[in-house]
Design a protein around this ligand. Structure first.
Ligand code: WT7
Length: 621
């Protein structure tokens, strides 16, 4: 494949932005002006006094402005013809379809918002959402935002402990869930997980349950209530709460290199402007687009680029409940054909998994509606890039390899359609973003040299804080190299200014795009009575990107058996979730440690991969 893949004239002619370089230069010279012009495309109850104020590293975007992200995602369309356009098309794994125009979505969200109010939920209250990929998941999130409540969504692939610690940390008085859902042919009992999670959390007053599968569930009198009973009787009109631009919108927990997952806090105004601008320019969104981001709303990709940005842009948004290869490996391609999807956004792990089934499968479907393809979550290797480009996009759809994080809220390093692409590179910083690759002291490293990826200016959708743990916010993100935002990724920059993301530089793993901390996985292992100590590393994996390998030291007298390996795998599934199932467990008698007793996972990894061990001067033995 050519080093540089140039966009066709058609792509460039249709693009909002035809010349990246000049607008980029301009946006760095006048960042406030750039963001202000975008914010002016949106609705504000009261305009901002200043685009950006702050005392480093705390920043207020659109300070003094009043808005609500839902006023832009839903309300502002109600007085236009768009109210009759499909806002949301949902298809279940069982083939059930639900469709909502912008008007109907407004009515549903308003009913759900009134339902929350009837339960006593007020502005600033926290609501936990633990749901499968069904319309009510998206509707609940929008309903919270509409009344100024703060949602804390937990992905349905997490299990009891993970859910419990998140509900506990965010002190959610209300949880919304479903009876269950089918993942392939397996019934997943979501309500049961919630029951177990909130059993000892007396502050959880109400559990709202959507009926998805009709499987029997236990009902706690006075606490549990069916969504249908609660929501259907509500009024379909509800006024949207006027929020300060910097009022909290949501908390989303994400794994880091140390300890427990962190509650990443995002606010209405800046997040709204940042996700709107990036989705508009990166996917070149048009009002008649059928847009499909195949992530789950339970992750940041879903928050930003399913639940909020597509509606703010007024497109038709597709959500499909099931996985890509069930009942067969053509399922997702068939949906692109059926709904004439024009913008499709998925993860490299999906591309690699579907690539393995061969070219014939996508070739059976009419994918000619596609205009732009997206990739997110981990580096996309050039082979997968090429397959996606040639076999799925027929060499006419540019691939937007978007680099960003839960913390950044919005795309940070990303192509736009008119920019020549380099397969495997996330390309260039978005407008207004100042990114660099530096050494430990913060000095830029030479071209084509690996270093730390950092951001040198604030951006609108940046996290506001780490919930209840400001020290983590200031130290982990802004304290490593003072004055700059530390991303935790390695990268290099080439002579053309293209960024190449080279993976994490901390103990964070990316398994099928899911983010885990080594320490978080290790603490699950040591819950087992036979385990004395554990160390977890990520190993390169052909489809998943990384796989989980654990080194386990048993307590004296315990036998290293295959049964124990199975038990340990089950324990991790139970404590964290099926998405965290370890691929490999090896029983060992010692672990490489520093003299101060910290496990040197880097050394374990190098040894496992047969690579040079690097600097081992701090190694104890
Ligand atoms: C980490 C953030 C942001 C949405 C999903 C992930 C990795 C993300 C890319 C990409 C290479 C990527 C980074 C980043 N990552 N996108 N296009 N190329 N790596 O969000 O779970 O917060 O994970 O995902 O390592 O730091 P997240």
């Amino acid at each position: 494949m050519a080093d540089l893949v140039k966009p066709s004239d058609e792509v460039v002619n249709n693009a909002y932005i035809k010349d990246y370089e000049s607008l980029y230069r301009d946006s760095l010279e006048h960042p406030d002006g750039f963001w202000e012009n975008i914010a002016k495309e949106l609705f504000w109850y009261k305009p901002w006094d200043k685009v950006l104020v702050g005392k480093h590293p705390y920043y207020d975007w659109f300070a003094g402005g009043h808005t609500n992200i839902v006023a832009n995602a839903i309300d502002r369309w109600q007085k236009t013809d768009k109210k009759n356009q499909l806002a949301l098309i949902w298809e279940g794994q069982d083939g059930k379809v639900k469709q909502y125009t912008y008007q109907q979505l407004n009515e549903e969200v308003s009913r759900a918002a009134n339902a929350l109010k009837s339960l006593g939920v007020k502005k600033g209250d926290h609501v936990s959402i633990y749901m499968p990929r069904i319309p009510e998941q998206t509707i609940s999130m929008l309903a919270c935002a509409k009344i100024g409540a703060v949602h804390s969504v937990v992905y349905s692939g997490f299990s009891v402990q993970a859910l419990k610690s998140r509900i506990e940390d965010a002190e959610c008085k209300i949880a919304i869930t479903a009876d269950g859902y089918h993942f392939r042919d397996k019934l997943v009992e979501t309500k049961k997980t919630v029951d177990d999670a909130v059993k000892d959390l007396s502050f959880v007053k109400t559990v709202v349950v959507v009926k998805r599968t009709g499987n029997p569930v236990a009902f706690t009198e006075g606490r549990d209530i069916w969504w249908e009973d609660l929501v259907s009787k509500q009024d379909s009109i509800c006024s949207t709460e006027m929020m300060d631009s910097n009022d909290p919108l949501f908390i989303l927990y994400t794994s880091g290199s140390t300890g427990k997952p962190k509650g990443v806090l995002h606010a209405h105004g800046g997040y709204m402007v940042g996700t709107y601008a990036t989705s508009k320019y990166v996917f070149n969104l048009q009002s008649d687009d059928v847009y499909w981001c195949a992530a789950d709303p339970g992750w940041i990709t879903g928050h930003s680029y399913i639940v909020y940005a597509p509606f703010i842009n007024g497109v038709t948004n597709l959500i499909y409940e099931g996985p890509p290869d069930y009942p067969d490996a053509g399922k997702w391609w068939s949906l692109i054909e059926k709904y004439k999807v024009s913008k499709f956004y998925t993860a490299p792990t999906v591309v690699r998994a579907l690539m393995k089934y061969g070219d014939e499968i996508p070739q059976k479907y009419d994918l000619s509606s596609l205009k732009i393809l997206g990739s997110v979550g981990e580096p996309i290797n050039p082979e997968a890039w090429e397959w996606y480009y040639k076999i799925v996009g027929k060499e006419k759809c540019p691939i937007m390899d978007t680099w960003w994080q839960t913390e950044t809220g919005m795309h940070i390093i990303t192509p736009i359609p008119s920019l020549p692409l380099k397969p495997g590179s996330a390309c260039k910083p978005f407008f207004g973003i100042k990114a660099d690759v530096v050494d430990e002291k913060g000095n830029s490293v030479p071209v084509n040299t690996q270093g730390y990826l950092v951001l040198k200016k604030p951006w609108p959708a940046m996290l506001k804080d780490v919930y209840k743990d400001p020290k983590k916010y200031t130290d982990l993100y802004w304290g490593k190299i003072p004055g700059t935002y530390f991303t935790g990724d390695f990268a290099k920059k080439d002579a053309d200014g293209y960024f190449w993301i080279l993976g994490r530089n901390d103990d964070v793993l990316k398994v099928s795009g899911y983010r885990f901390g080594s320490a978080e996985l290790e603490s699950a292992f040591v819950e087992h009575p036979s385990v004395a100590e554990a160390a977890v590393i990520g190993k390169p994996h052909e489809v998943k990107g990384e796989s989980i390998k654990a080194f386990v030291i048993l307590k004296v007298g315990k036998q290293p058996t295959d049964e124990l390996k199975t038990e340990l795998k089950q324990l991790v599934r139970k404590l964290i979730g099926p998405i965290a199932t370890p691929d490999e467990i090896e029983f060992v008698t010692a672990l490489p440690k520093t003299r101060s007793g910290k496990i040197m996972r880097r050394v374990l990894k190098a040894k496992e991969l047969g690579q040079p061990l690097g600097d081992t001067s701090t190694l104890e033995d």
